[in-house]
Design a binder for this molecule. Sequence first.
Ligand SMILES: *Cc1c(COP(=O)(O)O)cnc(C)c1O
Length: 391
Amino acid sequence: MIVYADNAATTAVSKKSIEAMLPYFDKYYGNPSSVHQIGREAAKALIEARKTVAESLGAEEREIYFTSGGTEADNWAITFAANLGAKKGKKHLITTKIEHHAVLYMFEKLEKEGFEVTYLDVYKDGIVKIEDVEKAIRQDTALVSVMYANNEIGTIQPIAQIGKICREKGVLFHTDAVQAVGHLPINVKDENIDMLSLSAHKFHGPKGVGALYCKKGIKLESFLLGGGQEMGKRASTENVAGIVGMAAALKQSISEMTENEKKVTAMRDKLIEELSKIPHSILNGHRTKRLPGNVNFCFEGIEGESMLLLLDMKGICASSGSACTSGSLDPSHVLLAIGLPHAVAHGSLRLTVCEYNTGQEIEYIIEELPKIIQRLREMSPVWESIIKEEK
Ligand SMILES: *Cc1c(COP(=O)(O)O)cnc(C)c1O
């Protein structure tokens, strides 16, 4: 049995998304900027896709810029906001300690370039405190960037409340909503979001395509220079098939959101309930304010990477945290930010399920995982000392 439980890393492309894309590879393969009919068909598809993406966020079509994914949207939004601020003498930026590296590394780069960055704490439950955001904002703050939901521990941030504060104080507000779009209801107007990043492959669309929402009236600057695509703001021939596939996947995710959320939450809660019974296990992140499909545990006395290998041998595809840091020996910055000691953070396991998973698969994980943990602990000197200390 193969159980794919790594949906925060990427998802399977839905049948509807694949079907929607196919004609744009070999039938309507024209360049949307061309005047002829094959090009015009592609251009029409872009108009439709932009409409779908805009509607799904409560935005207008002219506020949607297609990108090569979540990383580009994050890099673009943050670079732009920082540059805009600098022009007005505002060189202070605010973000959190648990952002995805597509955000975090941008801020670190900006720090080297002379910006001052406040990294907000998220405390034990992985959630930013509104008072902290309010206190951190200064006269010279150019941008607040807080992720909608975390990719490792799944915690959902109080985005509407942060948006309200930023709007009142006249500070630009960006959110990396890559894990949230297609999974949680989002309305950029109601939540006072100025800029939002999304990525198709996290909601059953294809990889290598995403979008940046930027509120009208904000004079977004070009990130890629060249042709006049994306209202002159983002050069390069559009990934027509990918964009069409993203729109189809998003439309489907939104129309099935309520029923999927119910199904996926039930699987998540079952996993949490059962895995909590394993001795010396710690659930990471808030118990309920988390993504429907996110389960993240630390098991003391265990090394996460060995757990992943043994799970893989049983056909269970999981992750120790973020796909981007696996392979490196540093524990996750997210787990350290919620206060876990290095040793414990090394024993992390992220299981992220989606509506394609079945109850039977969940049972299989619940059956196999405790055996693997027991086996690893039997060989672990760290575990031995934990047990000794207890006695
Ligand atoms: C996956 C992810 C990204 C990066 O998106 P890509 O499309 O893979 O570039 C950024 N932020 C978060 C929170 C993510 O989960």
